[in-house]
Ligand binder design. Structure first.
Ligand SMILES: N[C@@H](CCC(=O)N[C@@H](CS)C(=O)NCC(=O)O)C(=O)O
Length: 262
């Protein structure tokens, strides 16, 4: 099926194609394409903004399959689920033979990462004045537009963080949430395993998800608290380097920064 399919991955504009997306979810979706060995020439990144998206978020894809009408799909989780179900992408975890408990473990870590830790990281980027200035000034838009675009994003993001609940926590509470995750990942890697699931010698979806979070945050200066926590754990830095080298060897600068920390 993959030979007949092509994908346009609609994501936030990237300032540097040899660096991760500023959006974890866009990065994660591309990482899953790489994990599943979807041919590089069959997908392309397309710049988009979230405002008119069906769920007001990115990523989205346009899926073209020979003989079928194009489909516009949104939400990284449901996109991956549909593409694997329909055979456009390999179901990597099924092919590896992950046990039901391992799949549950992946899903739990995914939810922890995406629904708690990533919003907490976004809160550090946008709700802390020093980091907000870095977020705004590094947006890939002309510098004259940055104050306005930064303010628009600040309004959207801060109100959704407050509605979600994370935006009601103190800085100290948010730092605690981040440290709990970093400590748990360090504990998981403490036995010297190569990938997230110790019983498998190749990476699984969990490595695409967690590796993408580490790549996305590691490349940004707007979440220094999380980066300091991760880089203080040499096993996490080494794991981040391993995931990035495998999925995105072209991110040489980021890989060098992980290599320096481990
Ligand atoms: N559950 C969605 C979450 C996507 C998401 O939160 N995307 C963020 C960027 S990382 C976004 O588009 N935010 C724009 C906004 O909220 O204004 C997925 O898995 O794709």
């Amino acid at each position: 099926m993959a030979a007949a399919a092509s994908i346009k991955l609609h994501g936030f504009p990237k300032a540097d194609l040899n660096a991760p997306s500023d959006s974890y979810f866009c990065q994660k979706l591309e990482a899953y394409l790489r994990l599943a060995s979807f041919p590089r020439e069959q997908y392309k990144l397309v710049d988009a903004l979230p405002f008119r998206q069906p769920k007001g978020k990115l990523p989205a894809i346009t899926l073209s399959v020979a003989g079928q009408a194009d489909a516009y799909l949104v939400d990284s989780h449901f996109i991956i689920a549909k593409l694997t179900r329909e055979g456009v992408l390999k179901d990597v975890d099924a092919e590896l033979g992950l046990a039901p408990l391992e799949r549950a473990d992946t899903r739990a870590w995914q939810a922890w990462t995406e629904d708690l830790v990533y919003p907490a990281i976004v809160a550090t980027r946008w709700l802390r004045p020093v980091n907000y200035a870095v977020s705004r000034d590094s947006m890939p838009v002309p510098s004259l537009l940055r104050p306005l675009v930064g303010w628009i994003f600040y309004r959207r993001i801060s109100s959704s963080l407050v509605a979600q609940g994370i935006g009601r926590h103190s800085d100290q509470e948010i730092d605690t949430l981040l440290k709990e995750w970093v400590d748990a990942l360090a504990a998981r890697l403490a036995d010297g395993r190569t990938w997230f699931h110790a019983s498998h010698e190749s990476p699984s979806a969990a490595d695409a998800y967690i590796g993408s979070l580490l790549a996305n945050t590691g490349a940004l200066d707007s979440n220094p608290e999380f980066n300091a926590l991760c880089l203080s754990e040499p096993r996490i830095a080494a794991y981040a380097a391993r995931c990035t080298k495998l999925f995105f060897p072209e991110y040489e600068k980021l890989i060098a920064s992980f290599d320096t920390a481990c």
